[in-house]
Structure formats: structure tokens, C-alpha cells
Design a protein around this ligand. Structure first.
Ligand code: ZN
Length: 342
């Protein structure tokens, strides 16, 4: 037994996986969108399990309020405002150096994701918003790649495995089931709710990656760890042949992206993200010298630049996005963005 098979020996002793399943896992590339609570857990699990490659996408950087539930991150990451995807990559490489890890600091929009899907074997949900989930749902259908939906808030969580051509998709599911609209901003979140969702996502990932498709869960799962509730609902009948994402004549509505500036309130933070219509257009170096000559406080690291104006902190990324802190008001954030960028 060489060092690598020794490394995965307990996973290979598990009969449904075995040496053959382990070889399959070692060939696979998983795309994880969102590297917060869900994404840090599933990425760690899959790095330890020995996948070939992980691609991680996240638009945010580490904040100290993340440390309570987001594995992989340290106080140093928060102090240095390291982008989540890069901080996670560094940590994952120290956990399993054989796994190739690609970190993308950016907005998971249609253009970015579409360019990655051709070589991906599995799509894992680590996001905190349904706009991105519907986009992932359409991409999963278009490229026939399994998609592991997961979501949690408070002590509540849900998980569902979407296999294109077999199961209903997220659109089919959401049309028929009441999905909670709360965000972690308003009700908070406890870490075990995250782990319960990622336990489901992780198990499904191992089944799919090792080629055990018959074992894949066919039910939608939801639970509340505080209220001691667990629901496992047969979902097959929810598949809608007229669905625009997975039906007989799909149009993939979420892949028809708009080109206007997009503004979104970030989960769990007093923060609004402003994203210009064209990415990568900000002359950051020029702006930095303008801000400095105007006497503003400017800081940052190789991935981002922060600036404070009139007591409001804004963080600019290379792709043109900005996070405006200390507000949940989207119009106010837009104004601050324009006052800094002109
Ligand atoms: Zn559908």
C-alpha cells in the first residue's frame, strides 16, 4: 500500500467506494460556488476525500463574524481581509497538497460560470442567494452536470440532489414547496445547521464522484435542529415537463443575463455589493492616487483595495466590484460608489 492509498484507506475500506470508487474520485473536478459556511465545509471534505481538482469561487473577503461557522478561516485571514477563495485555497493545499485548487475571486455570474462548466463533474452550492442558485440550476441542466443544492439559516437547513434528466430541478421544487425567505442577516445561524446540510451534500458528492449513482438520494430533505424536526420528502413527482430550466423545451432563463449595474445586499453583513455592467473596467491604480491626493485613508492587499470616505468604508476588487460597508440601503451604496469612482 503506497502513501496515497494509505491516506484514503478508511474511505476505500468502505465497501460501496472501495479502490475502484477511490480511483474515480481521484479523477474528478468539483466546482464549489460560494466559499462561506457551506463551501468551506464541503471543500475541506472533498479535499480530504481526494478529488483531482476543486474550483472555488467567492466574491467576498474574510470577516471576523465568519469565524464562528466558516471552517478553514483564521483570525489572521480576517485581520488581513484575505479573499475567501484565496484563504480557503491556501488552507486546503496544506490539508491535501495533491489536490489541485483553483481560486477565483469574483462574482459567480453567467459569463464566468458558463466558461468553467465544460470540464466540471459536479456543481456544489455554497451560495447565500437564490439568484446564483437559479443560475447554477440552469447551468447544471445545460451541461448535464449534477448539482447539489443546499441552504441553511438559523437552525433550519435543506438539501436536494439534482441529477439532470432524472430528478426535478430547483425551479420545479421551488414552485411546489414553501421555501423560507429569511436570510442570516435577520435570524442568525448556528454552525450545526451548516454541518447538517454539508453532511448531506458531502455524502451525495461521494456517491456521485465514486460512481454510485443508484445510492443517490431521491428525496428533498429539510430539518430544524432546534425544533427537532426532520423531513424527507419524495420529490420525483414534482418534475414539471413544462419547466423552462429542465422541461421538454428548456430556455435556461437565468443564463440570459442583463447588462445593467447590479446591486445586492450581502448576507450577514451591513454591506451592499455594487457591480458595474462591464467587469474589470476600473482603473484602480489611478483611483488610488486620486483618493490619496484627496486625503482619504487607503489600504489593502494584493487582491483588493479599501478606502474610507466620510466614515464609510468601501472595498474594491480587481474585477470592478465594490463592497460598501455600514449600509443595507442599495441606493445609498450606489451613491457612495459613484462618489468614489466618479
Ligand atoms: Zn425543472
Amino acid at each position: 500500500m503506497d502513501s496515497q492509498t494509505g491516506r484514503y484507506s478508511r474511505q476505500m475500506l468502505f465497501k460501496p467506494i472501495g479502490p475502484e470508487g477511490q480511483t474515480e474520485i481521484g479523477k474528478k473536478h468539483v466546482l464549489i460556488v460560494g466559499v462561506g459556511a457551506l463551501g468551506t465545509h464541503t471543500s475541506e471534505l472533498l479535499a480530504r476525500a481526494g478529488v483531482r481538482k476543486l474550483t472555488l469561487i467567492d466574491r467576498d473577503y474574510v470577516d471576523k463574524s465568519n469565524l464562528q461557522r466558516q471552517h478553514l478561516f483564521t483570525e489572521k485571514d480576517a485581520e488581513e481581509q484575505w479573499p475567501k477563495a484565496e484563504a480557503a485555497k491556501e488552507r486546503l493545499k496544506s490539508i491535501n497538497s495533491r489536490v489541485e485548487v483553483e481560486a477565483i475571486v469574483g462574482q459567480a455570474d453567467a459569463a464566468l460560470l458558463d466558461g468553467l462548466m465544460e470540464e466540471v463533474d459536479l456543481l456544489v452550492d455554497g451560495t447565500d442567494n437564490f439568484e446564483t442558485r437559479f443560475l447554477m440550476n440552469d447551468l447544471a441542466q445545460k451541461y448535464k452536470v449534477p448539482y447539489l443544492f443546499g441552504s441553511c439559516v438559523g437552525s433550519f437547513g435543506m438539501a436536494f440532489t439534482i441529477i439532470p434528466g432524472v430528478t426535478p430541478c430547483l425551479q420545479c421544487l421551488i414552485k411546489r414547496l414553501p421555501i423560507q425567505g429569511q436570510t442570516c442577516d435577520t435570524v442568525g445561524i448556528i454552525a450545526p445547521a451548516v454541518q447538517m446540510v454539508t453532511a448531506h451534500q458531502g455524502a451525495e458528492a461521494l456517491k456521485i464522484l465514486s460512481g454510485n449513482m443508484k445510492a443517490v438520494r431521491k428525496t428533498y430533505v429539510s430539518f430544524d435542529l432546534w425544533e427537532n424536526e426532520y423531513l424527507s420528502l419524495k420529490a420525483g413527482a414534482l418534475k414539471d415537463s413544462g419547466c423552462l430550466s429542465c422541461g421538454d423545451s428548456p430556455e435556461y432563463p437565468f443564463l440570459q443575463s442583463g447588462r445593467e449595474m447590479k446591486v445586492a445586499v450581502l448576507c450577514g453583513r451591513d454591506t451592499v455589493q455594487v457591480r458595474p455592467a462591464e467587469s474589470g473596467i476600473l482603473p484602480l491604480e489611478q483611483l488610488v492616487s486620486q483618493w490619496r491626493s484627496a486625503g482619504l485613508e487607503v489600504g489593502g492587499n494584493p487582491f483588493l483595495i479599501s478606502v474610507v470616505k466620510d466614515g464609510t468604508k468601501a472595498v474594491f476588487f480587481k474585477d470592478g466590484r465594490a463592497l460598501i460597508h455600514g449600509t443595507k440601503d442599495m441606493n445609498e451604496a450606489r451613491k457612495i460608489y459613484h462618489s468614489l469612482v466618479g
